[in-house]
Design a protein around this ligand. Structure first.
Ligand SMILES: *Cc1c(COP(=O)(O)O)cnc(C)c1O
Length: 428
């Protein structure tokens, strides 16, 4: 059996029909923005391999750091043991995070980081004598991962709620903030946009442990950008009702939205923050849940005392050194200028797609470009076309979008936008 035949017969792929997986590409190696197929065909990874590879693939400094670590200590358990890799990454994260977020729990994927955040919230509330605060609030259009509790706070329509009806715990879904990024924020808008949250917290606040959301940019739930001022209002309401605020920056962290973190657009600091995806620059899986001192202290001083979580591969040293090397890249390169240049070019080159029939909206924020269609887009079409266009895109729902590596050249980015516009226009 060829590798592709074996794959089609035996391997599951994400959100893919196991009996009819559609077009599949056998990738032999990666190089910067390029994915290189076994037969030598090259495609630009316009997805940064799902928001991760912000410095491009196989970055020499990150690979070098991992190779050094690999030669000394690929892994060791984190219970009772620690290592420089974790300590150094912890230091570096605290340096770039807002003051106050400094108690770091490393885990192995974004979904797990969300599980840990939700557990922290419940354990904190128990510690505060609020054992009946077991519910969560969130906004519609969100995506927080594929594990059970994370699924329960994903969008109830576009998420997996229909399929897993009855198996998911019921949470509270608020309308997504209606003022878009760059729209006009007024007191009226604030009242409209935050009224539902205020009402929920007034009637049900004493049962709610935390409000969880993606700040400013909702990713896999619909690629929606909303006004940062909403977050300031939400922070105040949560404070007034002793509800914790959890930010999921797994997709938005590390410069993607033109600020280092999306929360920086609002100047709001959550009680718990989740990081993942670009944390290692797309080289190896790692995630982090970062809490404030009061949250950590509350749990530490409670009867339980310990946070009830501990992944086998917690703070894997290979992943931690990749994280440090990735943060080094952000510190030494002018990522802000790179992202601003990408944003300008995306706006210029995607803008004309607004006039195409079937296009509902075109929007750009930082190094994220979206053509939203009126109807569903079949990812198989993009996958089939990729070898010709030389651009790897994976649309979902109604969105044709890109979030390229920050190192992409203007010429390469023009190929990406041309492929997106062609896909929107149904050409080819
Ligand atoms: C990808 C993603 C997750 C889940 O991360 P995994 O590493 O896939 O488990 C959670 N939240 C957001 C916002 C994401 O984009």
């Amino acid at each position: 059996m060829t590798p592709l035949a074996f794959d089609a017969r035996h391997l599951w792929h994400p959100y893919t029909n196991v009996l009819d997986p559609g077009p599949m590409h056998l990738i032999r190696e990666t190089d910067g923005v390029w994915l290189i197929r076994d037969d030598g065909v090259r495609m630009i990874d316009a997805m940064s391999s799902w928001w991760c590879a912000v410095h491009g693939h196989r970055h020499p400094a990150i690979v070098g750091a991992m190779q050094d670590q690999l030669a000394r200590m690929p892994h060791v358990m984190f219970g009772g043991l620690t290592h420089d890799a974790a300590v150094n990454l912890g230091r570096r994260l605290i340096d770039v995070l807002p003051v106050g977020l400094d108690r770091i729990f490393f885990s192995d994927s974004g979904s797990v980081a969300i599980e840990v955040a939700l557990k922290m919230a419940v354990q904190y509330q128990i510690a505060m004598g609020h054992g009946d605060r077991t519910e969560f609030a969130t906004i519609r259009g969100g995506y927080h991962g594929d594990t059970w509790k994370a699924m329960s706070v994903c969008d109830p329509v576009n998420g997996m709620h229909g399929l897993f009806r009855g198996a998911l715990s019921i949470q509270h879904f608020l309308p997504r903030p209606c003022i878009t990024f760059g729209g006009d924020w007024s007191d009226d808008a604030a009242r409209n946009g935050l009224g539902a949250l205020e009402q929920l917290l007034e009637t049900r606040g004493d049962r709610i442990a935390a409000l969880i959301l993606e700040p400013v940019v909702q990713g896999a739930g619909g690629m929606y950008f909303y006004h940062p001022a909403w977050l300031r209002g939400a922070r105040a309401l949560c404070d007034a009702h002793d509800v914790l605020l959890i930010f999921d920056e797994i997709a938005t962290g590390f410069g993607r939205t033109a600020e280092l973190f999306a929360m920086d657009h609002a100047g709001v600091v959550p009680d718990i923050l989740c990081l993942g995806k670009a944390l290692t620059g797309g080289h190896i899986t790692l995630a982090a849940t970062v809490a404030t001192e009061p949250v950590a202290r509350g749990i530490g001083e409670s009867d339980a005392g310990v946070l009830m979580h501990g992944p086998t591969y917690m703070a894997n040293p290979l992943a931690c050194v990749a994280g440090v090397a990735s943060l080094d890249q952000l510190a030494t390169r002018n990522w802000r200028a790179e992202v601003e240049r990408i944003a300008r070019q995306l706006a210029q080159e995607l803008g004309p797609a607004r006039r195409l029939p079937g296009v509902a909206d075109v929007r750009v924020l930082g190094a994220i470009g979206v053509i939203e269609m009126e109807g569903r887009v079949d990812p198989a079409v993009a996958h089939r076309r990729a070898p010709e266009t030389g651009v790897w895109l994976r649309p979902f729902a109604r969105n044709i979008y890109c979030m390229p590596p920050y190192i992409i050249s203007p010429d390469e980015l023009s190929r990406v936008t041309a492929a997106m516009v062609a896909l929107a226009g149904g050409a080819g």
